[in-house]
Design a protein around this ligand. Structure first.
Ligand code: MSP
Length: 658
């Protein structure tokens, strides 16, 4: 089984940003998913280097086009390893291998009678490098660049795209998932309701020399889109290349909605005219926006993708993008939202599952994953295995239909199920009853197997974390598998596991993660914090629950592990660049400590000095905005979300709260 996926080749007039990163990451995720699922997968990206736009960008920097494209293209090439992009090739349209194929392709279309020479006058937008019809302009302006196009009239070569209109309509209708999601298929059928004009595919050299020569006329170069689209086959060595024969029949392109028309209309008609098979799928996603406006270089709000990855880690950044955007729709990017997801999904759900499971394997099973017959002989084992199978099917279905968000949601539902299993099975209670030893072994085995399975399933999105988890589980990440039976066999013959450092130490433990724990009635006791120390998740539920205080019951032993203390606020100051965080210097009578609390939207620092508060004193330290926080302040949140610090009145600092 083969698989071939491509990104758009990016214009080199801008540095790589979040939008480019998203498409490239999604393609990488798809390529990795297929690799993991047994496909022979090929993944192409590259840069689009010809045309007016590039010449103007080079001039603006006082460089020759050649120098300029070399520099920016290398920025793209260098950016991808930092985002764990595993492309098999990187094509540049200024490479000889591409130019030769473009000439050959054009010759073929010409010989098939689909190119003619004619005069054309129209509204040309230099930003888009295309002519606009009157109807397409919005108030006389280019809809993308909001500038008035110039009226350009010249002799040029044209591709008889209109010849293929009926064929294309039939093709799109006969292959309902050719363009997906469906909204974009409908959009294309909408475009095709109007007659397709022929496509101007050349530029006179008198106006532009930075392009690929037209093989049958020395005075013209190729129009940049005609040149660019061909990259998808030139990189495979069309017409004779082995890669072409192997991968072109299964090609999929992933793009954003901005370049739907060239991909859904120009490209299939070009392929049809040249007598080549049509690609299989066009996967179209929406736009990342910032503050609900379109992100663009000119607006100046381009998020530096690589800075985000540096700040929060490549895997967390990839996870956020994959999990946050519904493929096909626009999404709002915000760093706050990223931090929230980081804390809730990665630090809380996954991180706690990891720490708790491994700590219990260490404590109750001598550090070895139980794999004996006890684990097999449980009456609910078939049902448990059925759930894993359901998860794998949901994951596969989601990725097959280009829905990374759905795939990750399915995996996180399973993470939730594993966390719940810990709470409901209470391995610490099972461990006290020798008769329950088989059940304890089965539960611990399920946790280890579950961790190996979920990490394999999120490998396409977070490869480094998944590989590290496999290694720490004593497994070989090079032989990663999503088959539960194979996982069980590997665990049976693997090395003893190691807990290690937390994978995702919380960023904003008090504010954001606590909010989620409370809001979802989650966070029952018994969670483990980074480093294996007992964490006060139970106290977080107390901090926020506007609900009925529900969630699962907490045993008294669990509750007693929390060390709740009275503390006096001696000093308070806002954490720079954070609306929410306040740094508190607390006295516990005999000792002092610093706690960074997410209460800055409710309290001013000066109101806090002199107050007594209740803190969870044995919470594992966390770093928040670079500051070490040693504990958590307890607060109540009413149904309107208003926060009130718990006040122990006159109790002396250091008093134990029970
Ligand atoms: N060179 C052409 C593509 C030729 S493909 C044969 C081009 N280049 S581009 O640099 O402008 O890249 C456009 C693509 O970048 C979009 O289709 C999308 O993949 C990505 N994105 C750029 N900005 C984006 C957002 N704000 N949000 C999501 N992706 C966007 O068009």
């Amino acid at each position: 089984m083969n698989y071939y996926v491509t990104t758009p080749i990016y214009y080199v007039n801008a540095k790589p940003h979040l939008g480019h990163a998203y498409t490239t990451i999604v393609n990488d995720v798809l390529a990795r998913f297929h690799r993991l699922d047994g496909y022979d997968s090929y993944f192409l990206t590259g840069t689009d280097e010809h045309g007016d736009k590039i010449v103007r960008a080079a001039q603006a920097e006082g460089r020759t086009p050649r120098e300029y494209v070399d520099q920016i293209s290398s920025l793209f090439k260098a950016a991808w390893p930092g985002l764990a992009i595993s492309n098999d090739d990187f094509i540049r349209t200024t490479e000889e291998r591409h130019k030769t194929v473009v000439s050959r392709f054009m010759d073929l279309v010409n010989r098939n009678g689909d190119i003619y020479f004619g005069e054309y006058g129209g509204h040309y937008c230099f930003g888009c490098e295309r002519f606009y019809t009157e109807k397409e302009l919005v108030d006389g302006l280019c809809p993308d660049h909001q500038v008035k196009p110039e009226y350009v009239s010249e002799k040029n070569y044209f591709f008889r795209m209109g010849n293929y209109q009926d064929w294309l309509i039939d093709y799109v209708k006969a292959n309902p998932d050719f363009i997906r999601p469906e909204r974009y298929k409908n959009e294309v059928l909408g475009f095709l309701k109007d007659p397709l004009e022929d496509l101007c595919i050349s530029r006179p050299k008198s106006r532009l020399t930075w392009g690929i020569d037209i093989p049958f006329d020395d005075d013209f170069v190729t129009y940049v889109w005609f040149d660019a689209l061909i990259n998808y086959i030139s990189a495979l060595g069309w017409p004779d290349g082995e890669l072409y024969h192997k991968y072109w029949p299964v090609a999929q392109h992933t793009i954003a909605k901005d370049i739907l028309k060239p991909h859904a209309i120009y490209w299939p008609t070009m392929l049809k005219s040249a007598g080549l098979p049509i690609y299989r799928h066009l996967n179209v996603h929406g736009y990342w926006q910032i503050g609900f406006s379109k992100m663009s270089k000119s607006v100046g709000n381009v998020v530096e993708a690589l800075t985000m990855a540096d700040k929060y880690g490549t895997d967390a950044f990839r996870y956020f993008l994959a999990r946050e955007m519904t493929f096909g729709l626009d999404s709002e990017f915000s760093e706050d939202r990223l931090v929230e997801r980081f804390d809730s999904d990665l630090a809380n759900d996954l991180g706690n599952l990891w720490q708790r499971s491994l700590a219990m394997i260490k404590k109750f099973s001598g550090g070895l994953i139980p794999t004996g017959p006890e684990a097999e002989g449980q009456p609910d084992e078939p049902e448990w295995r059925g759930r894993a199978e359901d998860l794998i099917s949901a994951w596969r279905l989601a990725f097959d239909s280009v829905n990374p968000r759905g795939a990750m949601t399915a995996v996180w539902e399973y993470v939730g199920l594993l966390n719940k299993t810990i709470d409901s099975e209470a391995p610490w209670a099972l461990a006290r009853d020798p008769e329950k030893a088989p059940r304890l072994a089965a539960v611990l085995a399920r946790l280890a197997e579950g961790l190996a399975l979920v990490s394999a399933l999120f490998w396409p999105v977070m490869p480094a974390t998944a590989e590290a988890m496999w290694t720490r589980l004593g497994l070989d990440p090079a032989a990663m598998s999503t088959d539960p039976k194979t996982i069980r066999e590997k665990l049976a013959s693997g090395r003893p596991p190691t807990v290690g450092e937390a994978f995702f130490p919380r960023i904003d433990a008090e504010g954001k993660a606590a909010g989620k724990a409370a809001g979802q009635g989650q966070a029952p006791g018994g969670t483990k914090a980074p480093g294996g120390t007992k964490a006060a998740e139970g106290a977080q539920a107390a901090e926020g629950g506007p609900g009925d205080g529900g969630g699962e019951p907490v045993g008294i032993d669990e509750f007693r592990r929390l060390d709740l203390r009275v503390a006096k606020v001696e000093a308070a100051e806002r954490v720079p660049k954070s609306e929410k965080l306040i740094k508190l210097s607390l006295s516990l009578g005999q000792s002092q400590r610093t706690v960074v609390a997410g209460i800055g939207k409710r309290y001013r620092p000066e109101e806090l000095v002199g107050r007594t508060v209740v803190i969870v004193a044995n919470l594992a330290p966390a770093k928040l905005m670079g500051l070490k926080s040693q504990g958590m302040v307890l607060a109540a949140t009413d149904p309107d979300g208003r926060l009130e610090l718990l006040s122990p009145g006159d109790a002396a600092p250091g008093s134990k709260v029970s």
